[in-house]
Structure formats: C-alpha cells, structure tokens
Design a protein around this ligand. Structure first.
Ligand code: NAP
Length: 262
C-alpha cells in the first residue's frame, strides 16, 4: 500500500501521467506535477483541487535538460512526506539513428534514463526514512525488444526496466517498492506526437491510460511483481518474446513498421 502523502509525477500534463494524477488525487494524495506545458499543469491543478480537495503544485520543467532535472531534484529533497515518485515523462521519434536529429536522441536519453535515475536517487532516502512508499518508472514493452526505427527508444526503456529491477532488489526489507510499468500501445498523444499512424494497428492491442494506471496502482497495493505489464494480451506477448531467439525480434519490428507506415 502507498502511504498517505505527496506524489511527484513527471509528464503529468497529459496521457498516462495525467491519469496517474487523477487516480492519485482520488486516493487523497497531494501532487507535485512536472511537465513543460505550464498552462496545462495549471488547468489540471485547478480541476483536481476542485474535484478532490487536495493540493497540487504545478512544476513547469523540461526534464530533458540536466539543469531542469537538478531543479526538480532539489525541490523533491524539501518534500516532508513523500509517498510516491512516478517517472513517466517520455516521447518517441520516427526514423533510424542515421536519419534522426542527434540532439533529440540525446534529449530522449536524458528524459527516459538520466532524469528517472537522478530523481529516484533523491527520492529513495525520503521514502526509506518513512519505511514506505514507491517509485514507479514508466517503461514500455519496448524495453524487452529492439526495433529498427526505435533503437534509442528501446534502449532507454531497457535501461529503465533493468534499473528498476535492480533497485527493487536493493530495497528489499525497507518497506519501499519499485515498479517498472511496461505498457503496450496506449491511447494518448504519444503516437500523434511521434507522427505514427494508428490506423493499421489491431484494436485488441490498444490499452487506455485509465486501465494502465489502475493496473499499476493495484499491483503496488498487492505488493505485486517489480515488472508490471498491463493487459493479458501483452503478458502473453512478452512471455513469447522471452522464449524467442533475439533475431526473431527484427521480424516483429518489421511487422510493426508495416502497420504504422514507419
Ligand atoms: N502511449 C503509448 O503507447 C506508450 C506505450 C508504452 C510506454 N509509454 C510511455 O508512457 C509514458 C507517457 O507517455 P504517454 O503515452 O502518456 O504520452 P503523451 O500523451 O505524449 O504524454 C507525454 C508526457 O510527457 C511530458 N514530456 C514530454 N517531454 C518532456 C520533457 N522534455 N520534459 C518534461 N515533460 C515532458 C509531456 O508533457 P509536455 O509536453 O507538457 O512537456 C506529457 O505530459 C512515456 O514514458 C512513454 O514512453 C507510452
């Protein structure tokens, strides 16, 4: 169970992060919400304060920048009753590494890997001091595969899943949990921002942000496994992937690209 107190959510302006804010607010948690779009954060704060009577601190920040990561890390160290850190902010890009903007790929590495590592590092002493709470790192089923056109995305998410499994082991006996949340395709702004078509993807593959977040929080409540994969279809898929030769992943990637016009 997550103890009462404040939850920090990155990428809370929309999508899965916003849904975390809604479900955590409904459970009575105060929130500190970071993302770049300050206007959306203010609107979210007004909505959640009105609906649930909790406190929401908007924290506009670009977490692909090291100075901004440090600014949020500094703010977290001053939180008196931290109960949860959700490292969720992320994005995808199209094209191979040869075609990609190198700075955008470096931003992805800082946002998906450096920021969660740094924020987890400052959050853990606070959580361990309270002997409770959790860190949720929003990874992806992409962390189990590699894929042309998503080389850096898959690699940053693989870091995040492995990092989370490692700290979960380190946290044994402290009362603090770590979860790598690994969703599959989820209906948010992610695909549209990335520029992927969703038309060719079979309907059964799509998850909602609401169901992804519910699965994550329910798993934490039950002291569930470190790696949380929402949706039976994706648990079956990941089970198969774990038994396939790595070379077979190239075929899955080619199938995905053919469906998405990537
Ligand atoms: N949707 C999927 O199919 C899917 C599947 C597996 C995993 N995921 C993962 O789930 C997480 C959430 O994605 P989503 O689907 O909810 O996508 P989304 O709807 O595009 O939301 C992404 C969030 O991240 C924030 N963000 C992006 N760049 C940022 C930056 N530089 N600094 C701070 N915040 C930043 C965005 O806010 P601002 O634009 O306001 O900064 C937004 O709040 C990501 O880590 C993604 O990799 C998504």
């Amino acid at each position: 169970m997550i103890p009462p107190g404040l939850a920090v959510v990155t990428g809370g302006s929309t999508g899965i992060g916003r849904e975390f804010c809604v479900q955590l607010a409904a459970r009575g948690h105060d929130l500190l919400v970071a993302a770049r779009d300050g206007g959306r954060l203010e609107a979210l704060a007004t909505e959640l304060q009105g609906r649930f009577g909790i406190d929401v601190e908007p924290f506009p920040a670009d977490l692909s920048r090291e100075d901004e990561i440090e600014r949020l890390a500094g703010r977290i160290t001053t939180v008196s009753s931290l109960s949860l850190l959700v490292n969720n902010a992320g994005f995808g890009t199209r094209g191979t590494l040869l075609e990609a903007d190198p700075e955008r790929q470096a931003q992805m590495l800082r946002l998906h890997s450096m920021a969660p590592m740094r924020l987890t590092t400052v959050a853990l002493p606070l959580l361990v001091g309270r002997r409770g709470g959790a860190v949720i790192n929003v990874s992806s089923i992409a962390s189990f595969i590699y894929s042309a056109g998503n080389a850096n995305y898959c690699a940053t998410k693989a870091y995040l899943t492995t990092f989370t499994e490692g700290i979960a082991d380190e946290l044994r006996g402290t009362g603090v949990q770590a979860q790598a949340l690994c969703p599959g395709f989820t209906i948010t702004e992610f695909q549209q921002r990335k520029g992927d078509s969703t038309a060719g993807m079979p309907g059964f593959l799509w998850l909602t942000a609401e169901s992804v977040v519910r699965a994550s929080l329910r798993s934490l409540d039950r002291g569930g496994p470190t790696v949380c994969i929402p949706g039976l279809q994706y648990r079956v898929l990941v089970g198969l992937i774990r038994h396939l030769p790595r070379s077979a992943l190239a075929r899955i990637g080619a199938w995905r690209r053919s469906r998405q016009g990537a």
